[in-house]
Design a protein around this ligand. Structure first.
Ligand code: NAD
Ligand code: ZN
Ligand code: ZN
Length: 345
């Protein structure tokens, strides 16, 4: 089979010929339908050696969906041909957080090895999933369309769900960065909360247009005028929830300026900026958090939302041979929603 592999730090990933893996005990072999191209891969492909604990080489693709191909010994509950989505952050399965389904916060250091972020991922014809606890049934959803749900939607969902108690009638949510996660976040805000105003902020006019189609009331270019406009729209108070899906210094500064007393400033983007936090800023009792991905039960909820037609990603498909182009286009801001690699098309 072919696999798009991350082989050396600060080098572009490469297409390689690999044997189709054989599922061991407890494991499941998945025929990949779609593998989403997440911006996190761009960050990881650019960092110097030693920045993360990941070992190279591995196959990229941590937003995966497909069909069960073959079950390892001892596996039951699934049958070949079942359409499934793959939960990404594979933890130890034994610690308290893992047993609660929060494998994204596995308590055993170094145990989280997501397929596509340390272990072999879905940008290949087939991938191994270590346990059925990472498989959620897709029902009628097409794996080629659904793949980004497992990260772009789940990450936004988890980041929003923890703030839902703040998002009652009359409240405001600001989403900075209306790309893959941002577009999902806007739809999730609309589906879950009664927030009166949802504001999208981006550097791209095209993304702001899409954000409005997805349910944003206002789309603002990312500059000082946006800060003033958000303040005006919230009667000087700022927003209950500010989601920073970029995480560079200018967006963090903006997030601090537009979040309100007792609000939530939530940093999801890995842009590498830093947010000064002291007595004066952000606003009094505004909580700052940096969530990572989401839990297995939350992924089940997100799949339910997608099955109900309440969230939908704008997906652009690329064959495995064009995976490199997809990353370049994402880097240049030319992917409208999510690029999805379809290795078996
Ligand atoms: P994306 O490339 O699809 O979208 C990013 C968007 O941000 C684009 O629309 C871009 O135009 C916009 N943008 C860039 N600079 C901006 C600025 N200064 N102000 C406003 N908007 C700006 O990326 P994505 O896949 O949605 O990922 C977003 C971020 O979230 C990335 O940093 C990624 O690594 C991170 N991420 C974090 C988690 C987590 O668990 N915390 C999970 C997945 C992705
Ligand atoms: Zn990701
Ligand atoms: Zn664990």
């Amino acid at each position: 089979m072919k696999a798009f592999r991350f082989v050396a730090w600060q080098k572009p990933a490469e297409l390689h010929e690999m044997p189709v893996p054989e599922p061991g005990p407890e494991q499941v072999l998945i025929k990949v339908g779609g593998a989403g191209v997440c911006h996190s891969d761009l960050h990881i492909l650019e960092v110097p050696a030693g920045t993360t604990s990941m070992r190279l080489p591995f196959t990229l693709g941590h937003e995966n969906a497909g069909w069960v191909e073959k079950l390892g010994t001892g596996v039951s509950g699934f049958a070949p041909g079942d359409p499934v989505i793959v939960y990404g952050p594979w933890g130890c399965g034994l610690c308290m957080n893992c047993r609660l389904g929060m494998e994204n916060y596995c308590q055993n250091p170094g145990e989280i090895k997501p397929g596509g972020l340390g272990a072999d991922g879905g940008m290949a014809n087939y991938m191994i999933v270590p346990s059925t606890r990472f498989l959620i049934r897709l029902g009628a959803l097409d794996p080629r369309e659904a793949a980004p749900i497992t990260d772009a939607a789940l990450t936004g969902y988890h980041a929003i769900k923890r703030s839902l108690h703040l998002l009652g009638p009359g409240s405001t949510a600001v989403v900075i960065g209306a790309g893959g996660i941002g577009q999902m976040a806007i739809q999730i805000l609309r589906a879950l909360s009664s927030a009166t105003i949802v504001i999208a902020v981006d550097t791209s006019v095209d993304k702001l247009e899409i954000a409005k189609r997805m349910g944003a009331d206002e789309g603002l270019l990312s500059d000082d005028a946006a800060v003033k406009r958000i303040k005006d729209m919230t009667r000087g108070q700022g927003a209950q929830l500010v989601l920073d899906l970029v995480g560079v210094n200018p967006t963090l500064t903006m997030a601090a300026q537009v979040s309100r007393v007792l609000g939530h400033l939530t940093i999801v983007g890995l842009g590498g900026g830093a947010l000064p936090v002291n007595f004066l800023s952000p606003a009094k009792e505004c909580s700052v958090a940096a969530p990572y991905w989401g839990s297995i039960p939350e992924l089940m909820e997100v799949v339910d939302l997608a099955q109900a037609g309440k969230i939908k990603m704008v997906v652009e498909h690329f064959p495995l041979e064009r995976a490199s182009d997809a990353y370049h286009l994402l880097h240049d801001g030319k992917i409208q929603g999510r690029a999805v690699i379809t290795p078996n098309d």
